[in-house]
Design a protein around this ligand. Structure first.
Ligand SMILES: NC(=O)CC[C@H](N)C(=O)O
Length: 368
């Protein structure tokens, strides 16, 4: 069926809620966990952030696509979302860096989109019920048959599907850093290269021995998709790295450090995805406005009895945002200091990592 010259599309949630709109992007049927992002801009970074692998993302900001797509705002080679849901998409974008329209970009990468739905109502449904499986379809399929297929939204072994298959090096004259790619955003690599690091990017399945063979001055743990408990091989590798080399973990990397140290993770009701999450550093009182994208979190109570100390909390819901190891040069944050998209308040954490590696190399490492 057509609406205003466009094919009809539907977004169906597992709880039976149906949103009718029009199709934009590729045609077809795509299942995925439905999550919302509250950023006003940054749709291209969001589409290409591998942590969204297998998910259907809806933007709460109502007008999407107005600056088109460009070659700079990508966090990986191609989009990783399964579907994209917006209120209004802009058919006549304008920006000096624009190379394409959002719609043709989605078609090119086979991402099914829906527009013209009440994204506020959709977001409220997710906030009330919690993030849940759903589907976007441009096909004329009965709702019952779609509801019966919601298992297709599951993404087993997500990290293994997005990690690099080969080791590669981005040379630099500074500290040698092994960057473990669990589904890395390019912004993390960029932040290290901007600080002169000699970066070796390795697959998520690398063992501690494989990482240490590079004789790194530091190990950087990236973000990545899915439940951290689904990557036990990564936790195992970290157990062999903690205490041997300085480590800085971001998002999934942070959660994996927590698991390796005996803490637990749990699923948030609807996650944190946006560019304005306030995070407080408990040691300094400083508050950063941060970029976030996560559905899981480290359980604060489970830190009891572990060597980890809580350093940062989210000011919206009090959840764990940062940790430091009490005895070893290891620290991590749940949010995204590389931003992309979002504010750069927390970029200084990369400088702290550089400083930590310098201190360890010079034998000046000591925790307060
Ligand atoms: N951006 C990330 O690394 C997300 C980590 C994890 N997949 C979560 O959703 O919590």
């Amino acid at each position: 069926m057509m609406v205003n010259g466009r094919r009809k599309a539907r977004l169906v949630l597992q709880n039976g809620l149906v949103f009718e709109g029009v199709h934009f992007g590729a045609a077809g049927t795509r299942f995925g966990e439905v999550v919302f992002n509250t950023g006003m801009t940054g749709y291209q970074e969001i589409l290409t952030d591998p942590s969204y692998y297998g998910q259907i993302v809806t933007m709460t900001y109502p007008l999407i696509g107005n600056y088109g797509v460009n070659v700079d705002d990508v966090e990986s080679r191609h989009p990783h979302v399964r579907g994209f849901a917006v209120r209004t998409f802009c058919e006549w974008p304008s920006h000096h860096k624009l190379v394409d329209q959002l719609e043709s970009y989605l078609v090119q990468h086979d991402i099914v989109g829906i527009a013209g739905i009440d994204t506020r109502e959709l977001t409220k449904a997710i906030r009330t019920v919690g993030a849940m499986p759903g589907v976007i379809t441009t096909e004329d399929l009965p709702v019952e048959s779609l509801l019966a297929r919601m298992d297709e939204a599951l993404v087993p072994d997500a990290v293994k599907r997005v990690t690099t298959q080969t080791v590669y090096r981005a040379p630099g004259a500074g500290h040698r850093v092994v960057l473990i790619d669990y589904g890395m955003k390019a912004g993390i690599l960029r932040a290290l290269l901007e600080r002169g690091c000699d970066v070796i990017v390795v697959p998520a399945t690398s063992t501690a021995e494989e990482v240490l063979r590079w004789k790194p001055h530091g190990v950087m743990l990236s973000n990545g998709p899915g439940n951290p408990e689904d990557a036990p091989y990564a936790v195992e590798a970290l157990r062999g790295l903690i205490g041997k080399v300085p480590i800085f973990g971001i998002c999934l990397g942070h959660q994996l450090i927590a698991l390796a140290c005996g803490a637990k993770t749990r699923k948030l009701k609807f996650g944190h995805r946006g560019a304005n999450h306030p995070v407080k550093d408990l040691r300094t009182g400083r508050v950063d406005i941060t970029s976030q994208n996560h559905g899981y979190v480290v359980d604060a109570d489970s830190l009891q009895g572990t060597p980890l100390e809580l350093t940062h909390i989210n000011l919206n819901d009090g959840t764990v945002e940062g940790l430091v190891h009490r005895h070893e040069p290891v620290f991590c944050v749940q949010y995204h200091p590389e931003s992309r998209p979002g504010p750069s308040d927390a970029r200084y954490l990369f400088d702290e990592f550089i400083d930590l590696m310098t201190r360890v190399r010079e034998g000046r490492f000591a925790h307060a």
